[in-house]
Design a protein around this ligand. Sequence first.
Ligand SMILES: [Zn+2]
Length: 164
Amino acid sequence: MRCPIETQENAELLLAYCSRSLDAERTAMLEEHMRDCQSCREFAGGQKAVWEALDTWEAAPVSPDFDRRLYRRIEQEVSWWDLLMRPFRPLVFRQGLPIAATAAVVLMAGLLFQHPANIQRSAAPESAQVEAMPPDQVEHALDEMETMREFNRLVRPDTAEPKM
Ligand SMILES: [Zn+2]
């Protein structure tokens, strides 16, 4: 496979691998690549340390109105953070995600949205263009669309299926 870091392709595979949610087949593929690729090894190593820290991290008990007070302070003091967090708030409240995990979601979202133009293009119903694409590229585009759909479902469960 091509290097996810160098080519900016398959970045979601690397992230899924690091969060241990990648299937066995692609895990093997990525591990084979990492044997020869120092950048990916270092990236995965760093991510592994973060995930292990999250695993062992035990949250101190918080007061029931902690979130409310935190967000009020954020609103007062850091408006860009508020903007960044706004789409994820329902997720945070519903599932009680710790702040660190929320930050990881925001980071992942940032990575996914780095290529919105690509995703738009591959989602457009231009059959001639799709036919001209090599099969592995089509598969990759489909994977990307699936990832985006999954992401939308997580962020806005009420608008689960976009009407095409
Ligand atoms: Zn690599």
